[in-house]
Design a binder for this molecule. Structure first.
Ligand code: PLP
Ligand code: COI
Length: 365
């Protein structure tokens, strides 16, 4: 068994680096998820050897046997996090240990081995270091990091794999929503659920996203930016978007967000917003909120704002909610004031514009 705490990464730089002028051109308008840096991190796992062969190397395709079990039974998990350039020129991660810990919880749920937190953090930090020239020049840009792990054993029997590959890739990122709209439009999925009690909703596993795509396709067909899922048992309670958590700003000072009960992803942005909102004097309430109440509160004006949050999308107002029975607007359908205030508070901490009193910002170099 390898000694996890002393796992050393070997670092081998690409021997054919990109022309810097070409890179700068790419970085002017990276969008989201289109562009990738030149290196990647890899760590192997087998039941016999434990975690081993940790390295940072040039980004390149990986060879897979067609019987690799992930291709058949989808034993795969991932994380999403960002590295930021701070106002003073340093580079930092935002609460990366939270991603490491969620990655371990996701692994546990998917019967996968838990990557030691220190190895997760080192893989990410070393990749950011070697690809430090890949930060986008656009306003609000960051280096989006995608740690992931999959079952690599060549075996078709249905049981947890005995071999895994953990990797990290990096993608220079601008805004998540193409439209750059001040408020997004979302589609209520009535025919499809994302997660059921006892299922994998709280894990960040690829299968959850695969299951959400038919509903996301419906959303796109109706010119919506994202899909919102209701609980699987009653089809009544609002849970979350395909890739973001939800908050509701009420006119009596309450900020409602669906509780973390196993069917939604416990977002790191969600938890940070809860803390920041409490500091603003808001009464944060983690309790179920129904689709009917959402519609009624929007109509009566008791609901002032709705916003979605997540690493990729940061904090974004929801302006319009569409479903098979019609649509409704939140207030005037534009961006919300409190949403903008909380977004700015969060972004200012992430970017080192204000003092980090919570110990959330991990400076790298
Ligand atoms: N919910 C889902 C389904 C997600 O995919 C994400 C994105 O990671 C979130 C919520 C927000 O999580 P976080 O704030 O940790 O990025
Ligand atoms: C993130 O916000 O990092 C996500 O993973 C959401 C989506 C891009 C899958």
């Amino acid at each position: 068994m390898a000694n996890d705490d002393t796992l050393e990464f070997t670092v081998e730089k690409t021997t054919s680096p990109i022309d810097p002028a070409k890179r700068e051109q790419f970085l002017e308008d990276p969008g989201f998820g289109n562009l990738f840096t030149e290196h990647m991190a890899m760590v192997h796992y087998t039941d016999e050897k434990g975690w081993h062969n940790a390295r940072i190397q040039k980004r390149e395709p990986i060879m897979m046997d067609p019987a690799s079990s992930v291709l058949h039974y989808a034993q795969e998990i991932f994380e999403g996090m960002k590295a930021y350039r701070l106002a003073d020129g340093d580079t930092a991660l935002f609460r990366p240990e939270q991603n490491a810990q969620r990655f371990q919880r996701s692994a546990k749920r998917m019967a996968m081995p838990e990557l030691p937190e220190v190895t997760f953090l080192e893989s990410v930090e070393k990749l950011v270091d070697i690809d430090r020239d890949w930060f986008p020049s656009v306003e609000g840009g960051s280096l989006y990091l995608r740690p992931f792990m999959f079952a690599s054993e060549v075996f078709l029997g249905v049981r947890p794999s005995r071999e895994y590959l953990y990797m990290v890739i990096a993608s220079p990122a601008g805004a998540y929503f193409k439209s750059g709209a001040p408020a997004i439009t979302i589609w209520v999925s009535e025919d499809y659920s994302r997660a059921a009690p006892g299922g994998t909703g709280a894990a960040k596993c690829g299968g959850n996203y695969a299951a959400s795509l038919v509903a996301q396709a419906e959303a796109i067909e109706r010119s919506c930016d994202q899909v919102v899922f209701l609980d699987a048992a009653e089809g009544r309670w609002v849970e979350e978007l395909g890739g973001m958590n939800l908050f509701f700003v009420m006119d009596d000072g309450r900020l409602i967000t669906p509780p973390v009960t196993g069917t939604i992803l416990p977002g790191i942005t969600r938890e940070s917003i809860i803390i920041l909102a409490k500091e603003e004097g808001l009464d944060v309430v983690e309790e179920p909120y129904s689709i009917d109440q959402w519609r009624d509160d929007a109509a009566s004006g008791r609901l002032l704002e709705t916003f979605a949050c997540g690493t990729a999308a940061v904090v974004t107002s929801v302006g319009t909610v569409k479903s098979s029975t019609g649509e409704f607007k939140i207030a005037s359908g534009g961006p919300g004031q409190l949403t903008e205030k909380l977004r700015q508070k969060l972004v200012d901490i992430q970017r080192g514009v204000v003092e980090d009193t919570h110990g959330w910002v991990k400076r790298l170099f």
